[in-house]
Design a protein around this ligand. Sequence first.
Ligand SMILES: [Zn+2]
Length: 144
Amino acid sequence: MNSQPIQKSNDFEASQPVCPRCGSHNIRKNGHIHNGKQNHQCKDCGRQFVQNNRKKYISNSIKKWIDKLLLERMPLAGICRVFEVSATWLQKYVNAKYAKVSRELEVSTKTPGKLIIECDELWSYVQNKQNQQWVWLALDLETR
Ligand SMILES: [Zn+2]
């Protein structure tokens, strides 16, 4: 009985090429295609393929969409499938975002939601009528 967990192909992060047809790791190099990328051929099924570049650039518009879907509580695995980003990349992206958001929340808890102030004014003459002094008192009702 095989007790090994099943490894999903999209979680496979090793640099070793994998056959997209049969999943075999039994691959040989097969020259280069027109744009200079390494071509491979599967020794098991004969399929030729060019390995996807895993460090692909993720554009800002895709990140915006990912942000929206995260707010909708879309599962990370679903986002990976829709945008074809790696689970590793998405987890790092979410962690970075979460760290930023929790810092913002920390700041906002330090400012009270409502500041009710009680104002008082009094005035008096100091020494003579030309020297009018006003005193303003402003108190936060909750904390005084
Ligand atoms: Zn194959």
